[in-house]
Each structure stands twice: as C-alpha cells, then as structure tokens.
Design a protein around this ligand. Structure first.
Ligand code: PLP
Length: 388
C-alpha cells in the first residue's frame, strides 16, 4: 500500500521496507539493544539475530553464512571489493565495464589516481558485454574482473556465469555488483563462479543503509574499515542489528516470492512498454527487448524524441507519478547518463530518457494512468515546443 494517489514506479532507486521486516526490526531498537560484542547474556539475542540473518542472506545465493559480511550497502561493498583486490598485491589492473554503477566507476577512478590500471569494456547496443571481450582484455597484471549482474538503468542481465567460468579458468578473482539482481533473478554463487558479490538491502524490501559483501571462503582480501573485531576482523564497527535483521527477513521473504513477484512485474512492465511504444510517436525502448529473458522483469527505459526528461519528470511529479531520469541533474545542467551514451545514444537522446521500474505492489490501473500521463504530457510538451 502506497501513499494515496502516489504512483511509485522507481523501485530500482529504492523499495518500501516490507512490513514483516519492519516488525522484525522493532525489538532490536527498544528491547534487545545490547551490543553484540558484549560478553553478558543481554547481548545473546542480538548476536543470535545477526547469525540468523546471515544465514537468511546466504541461503538466497547458495552461500555459506560464514561468507556473508554485513556492510552499509551496495556502495560500501563495491568500494571494499575493488580496493581490497588492488591492495591484495595480486596485480594492479581491474577489468570492468563502462556501464557499471558510479559506486564501481568512481572507485576505479580513485584507484587509478593511486596507481591502479583499469580497462573499461564497451557494451553492445543493448548493454551486453561478451565473455570473449572480457577474456581478450585479460593481462598478466589483472587482479580483478568486476562486471555487474544486472544494469540499474536499462535492466540488461549480463552473462555472469560465463564470465565467472572464464575468470576461474584464468585464476582471476571475479566480483559482481548484484545490487539490482539479488532477490530479483536467481543467483547461485557456486554455479556462477562468483568470488565477491555486492548486495544492498533496500533494493528488495530491506531497510536503506544495509547490505553485504559475499566473500567466497577461499578468497583472501583485507578489510576496508579498520577498528574493532566485528565481522571476523574484516569490517569494523558496531553492527546495525535492526538493519541486519530487517535485511535478513526481507531476503528470505523476497526470495520465496521471486517467481510470483517477477511474474507480476513482467505483466505490468510489458503493458507499459506496449502502450508507450504504440501510443507515443517518437518513443523507443532502450536496452534489451522485453521478451528475450535477458532483461530485469521490473525495468523499462524509454527515450522520447525532442523531450527533456527533467521537464517531463517535473510534470509527472506534479501528478504524483515517481519515475527517474536516465540522466543526472547536477548544478542545473542535465548530464547525460553514462550508460545510455555507452550503448550508443547521442547526448540529446540520453537527455530525453526516463527509467520506469515497477514493483509487485503496482497495479494495472497505475500503469494505465502512467501511460496516459506520459502520452498527454509529451503531446503538450511537443505542442509548446512547436509553438515557439
Ligand atoms: N550498484 C548498483 C547497480 C546500484 O543500482 C546501486 C544503487 O542504486 C548501488 C550499487 C549503490 O547501492 P547503495 O544505495 O546501497 O549504496
């Protein structure tokens, strides 16, 4: 249930915390608030709760609980994976892609400024990278391959199993940013040969500010945060037990509902795509086709010829519809999305793009109201432009 009259279609940005997760968290704020590092019995329950959540998070991906290291979210997990790989001394080159989230790309830029080398692979028109491309880029000094599981803007699901297999063949550590994929598509860390995986709690009904880094048992990487002995000496800082409990609860529930949720999301998304493409002249879909199975079920990303997405977003916002621009507005200028330009859109096309990401709670009526609003607003905007 959303705020009345609000149509929330930005689930890739964040999701409503599941009520079951909120209920599970509450006692850890007010009743069982002991520090899990303390020796007295009062801290037993928080300690046990963290252990339970660790297993809930691990079970979703076929991992062992001991391989889950709680963090503050996707950004921290990405920073940790990349920085620790370079500091491990196994080499100074990272192979990654031009369509990663800034949490990966900006960390790469930081590491480059400190002597690391980074290869940015260019995707094809739909956002796909090929395993051959990754293999051809390998150098003797490569310490890490980092390729996202699914793209946050255009929903492309990368061939991570094949990339994981080639990383294994070459004895190179493989990291994947699975922030948009965990609990949205099935992932098996063993089958997919994943060494490190970043996850964020708020993308699947857990609370914001929670996440974890999966670190396969045999992978030796150091800590990012130094201090106390928490997380087996690998991530210092008093644990966010309520958040961890909420994330564990959401992981278990969302994984158990994965097929049902994605079925609903696909039906909603497909209706929106079909209405937009058939009713709005000059509309196109960015990323893979919706019927090919290689695109997140909740994602649609459109370009509308001649339209500025920031102006469209304001109009939709005034009508209570939340979607996201494919481009970031910084200090008044609309910076075109690096993902859209990497897949070949011009800067102008990228500035006319919006991302719609549905959730299982959305209804067909909301989708129809959104399609109507898009059609009417775009028509009015074009009439205004042509009257100048
Ligand atoms: N990686 C991807 C692919 C994302 O979509 C996001 C957030 O949108 C992040 C990383 C960052 O996650 P967090 O918000 O938990 O720091």
């Amino acid at each position: 249930m959303n705020t009345p009259d609000l149509i929330y279609l930005d689930h890739a940005a964040t999701t409503r915390t599941l009520p079951e997760a909120v209920r599970a968290m509450l006692p850890y704020f007010t009743e069982v608030y002991g520090n899990p590092s303390s020796a007295y019995g009062f801290s037993d329950r928080p300690r046990e709760a963290a252990a339970r959540a660790r297993k809930q998070c691990a079970d979703v991906i076929g991992a062992d609980a001991s391989e889950i290291f709680f963090t503050s979210g996707g950004t921290e997990s990405d920073n940790w994976a990349l920085t620790a790989a370079v500091l491990s001394g196994r080499g100074r080159r990272i192979i990654t892609s031009a369509v990663e989230h800034p949490a990966v790309l900006r960390t790469c830029a930081f590491l480059e400024a400190h002597g690391a080398r980074v290869t940015y692979l260019q995707p094809d028109r739909e956002g796909f990278l090929s395993p051959e491309q990754v293999e051809n880029a390998l150098t003797p000094d490569t310490c890490l391959i980092s390729v996202m599981t699914a793209n946050n803007e255009i929903g492309t699901i990368e061939p991570i199993r094949e990339i994981g297999a080639l990383a294994k063949r070459h004895g190179i550590l493989f990291h994947t940013d699975a922030v948009q994929a965990y609990c949205h598509i099935p992932i098996d860390v063993k089958r997919d040969h994943i060494g490190l995986m970043s996850v964020s709690g708020h993308k699947f009904g857990g609370p914001r500010g929670t996440g974890f880094l999966y670190i396969r048992k045999d992978v030796k990487i150091g800590a990012l945060l130094h201090g106390g002995p928490q997380e087996r000496n690998r991530r210092a800082g008093t644990e966010n037990i309520p958040g961890i409990v909420g994330m564990g609860t959401a992981a278990e529930l969302s994984a158990s509902r994965l097929a049902e949720n994605t079925g609903r999301e696909r039906a909603l998304r497909d209706r929106l795509v079909s209405r937009v493409l058939s009713e709005i002249p000059g509309a196109s879909l960015n990323g893979p086709p919706v019927n090919g199975g290689q695109r997140l079920a909740n994602n649609a990303d459109f370009t509308f010829d001649g339209i500025r997405s920031d102006a469209l977003l304001i109009r939709l916002d005034l009508q209570g519809i939340c979607v996201s621009a494919g481009s970031a507005c910084s200090t008044g200028a609309l910076t075109p999305s690096h993902v859209l330009t990497a897949i070949g859109l011009t800067e102008e096309e990228a500035r006319g793009s919006i991302r719609v990401s549905v959730g299982p709670e959305n209804t067909m009526e909301e989708i129809d109201r959104t399609a109507d609003a898009l059609r009417e607003n775009i028509q009015k905007m074009r009439e205004m432009i042509s009257s100048f």
